[in-house]
Design a protein. Structure first.
Lengths: 251, 214
């Protein structure tokens, strides 16, 4: 479990949005660490890779199911633990394997009753997909059909912002998936580069169409983000979708 | 997996231990895999092949070789910084999580470090699967707020005059740090140079290895 989140942080902050969260100690660093620590991690990775054609096809969909997990299911068994929990939720939502079937199978293996096994299921603890108002999202626009499976799109409209321009991303007011980290919301940054345009994960994760966007690399001074005690000689760069951004007033 | 109550364990112990088992990822992934294979949704051979590919065929050596080549060829280095996608396509380096790559070069006075605060995005096809520490809440929470201290704790002391640039992978762009070439490696061939290019140095939490330590 994570330490208590910063009390000054907005209540809406989600379990996964960790940038700048206080209370964390040293990084568990091991320069020679291997990708897997246990055989079950291998199985989770391989199983997801083998079944993603049946679940989580849309960009952002798998990330969003992880974000909907209860904090214990997100943190307690690390990265592959949260993958497994999210996968269980998706299998139920897609109607492929229901939580009752999983609980029966787990009950047999753990020698507990199906009711006890159901209590261990991450499915009932996960939040449902949030209702999101399509009218509050940027309009969808047709783009050439890509030749292979990709999130990149060719946009006819030119980008709204140019390199060197000061921009602000106001905090997201819609519930649901977004790639706007809370720690940059409302802060002034500078566009440093334009990345290839992409489909908007805030929309695709909710099955509301592609609504492709120009993507900008925005640089922030550490002191703008964290205050005057922060490093005077550090910058943080975040990639932001055009619909997140507005021109900074007086910037 | 049946508890035979040997050794005088009480029912209370049994219940606690078995409820714990029901939450264990070992048990749950085994149950899911069996169910998915029974239904014909998953194929065990394909699962094994995916594990094999990502555990053994893809490793940080792919990125390390690219870095070593860039150290030897200033034209290639320049191309990597301007349009890494074209360079990778030309070398036939492709695969998961490298659809758009940005290479950030360390140089005197500038140090780059990569994170993904919202999940754990990482250039798999260049560096292999990410280590746990990169995915840890500690790293994700702290490196954007106090990068210099985090790097120092991880063994990389930077001069206060060195600018630290943190790259948070919040879109589908993935980042690779091009570490500085260590002194004392003049005339080295690409393979020997690549051995100095650690995974940590391409994430930006370390320098390339000291040639004396080879």
């Amino acid at each position: 479990m994570p330490p208590d989140a910063d009390e000054s942080a907005p209540a809406a902050r989600s379990v996964h949005d960790l940038g700048g969260a206080s209370g964390y100690g040293p990084v568990p660093h091991d320069p020679d660490e291997l990708p897997f620590h246990a055989d079950w991690e291998r199985r989770v990775f391989g199983l997801l890779g083998a079944v993603t054609a049946s679940t989580a096809r849309r960009p952002g969909e798998f990330r969003y199911v992880l974000e909907r997990l209860d904090a214990s299911d997100y943190f307690d068994n690390g990265y592959y633990g949260r993958w497994l929990a999210g996968f269980e939720v998706l299998l139920g939502e897609y109607g492929l394997i229901g939580p009752d079937e999983v609980s029966s199978a787990v009950a047999r293996r753990a020698n507990v009753t199906p009711e006890e096994a159901a209590g261990a299921s991450p499915v009932q603890r996960a939040a449902p997909v949030a209702a999101r108002d399509p009218a509050a999202m940027p309009p969808d626009r047709p783009t050439p059909e890509p030749r292979h499976r990709t999130v990149r799109r060719e946009l006819a409209d030119p980008p709204r912002f140019s390199i060197g321009e000061r921009v602000v991303a106001p905090a997201s007011v819609q519930p649901g998936h977004t790639r706007l980290p809370d720690y940059v919301a409302g802060k002034q940054g500078t566009v440093t580069k334009l990345h290839p345009a992409e489909v908007l994960p805030d929309s695709t994760a909710h099955d509301l169409g592609e609504r492709p966007q120009h993507v900008y690399c925005v640089g922030y001074d550490a002191q703008t983000l964290w205050g005057n005690e922060a490093d005077p000689n550090a910058t943080v760069h975040v990639d932001l979708y055009e619909c997140y951004l507005t021109a900074a007033e007086g910037g | 997996m049946h508890d035979d109550h040997a050794g005088g364990s009480s029912h209370g112990d049994h219940d606690h231990r078995n409820r714990h088992l029901a939450s264990s990822p070992e048990i749950r992934v085994e149950a899911l895999e069996d169910l998915l294979v029974e239904r014909g949704i998953a194929d065990r051979g394909r699962i094994d092949a995916i594990i094999e590919r990502f555990e053994h065929d893809i490793s940080p050596m792919i990125g390390a070789r690219l870095v070593a080549q860039a150290w030897l060829d200033p034209g290639l280095r320049q191309q990597l910084l301007i349009d890494a996608d074209a360079v990778l396509a030309g070398m036939d380096i492709r695969g998961a999580e490298i659809e758009h790559i940005e290479v950030k070069a360390n140089e005197p006075g500038v140090h780059n470090v990569v994170v993904c605060t919202l999940c754990s995005c990482y250039p798999w096809a260049l560096l292999g699967l990410p280590p746990n520490w990169y995915k840890s809440p500690e790293y994700r929470a702290r490196v954007v707020r106090e990068p210099r201290s985090v790097l120092a704790e991880m063994g990389l002391e930077l001069d206060p005059s060195t600018e630290v640039r943190v790259w948070d992978s919040s879109s589908e762009t993935r980042f690779l740090v091009l570490p500085e070439r260590p002194a004392g490696t003049e005339g080295w061939p690409v393979e020997r140079l690549a051995d100095l290019v650690t995974r940590d140095s391409m994430i930006g939490v370390d320098r390339a290895a000291d040639p004396g330590s080879e």
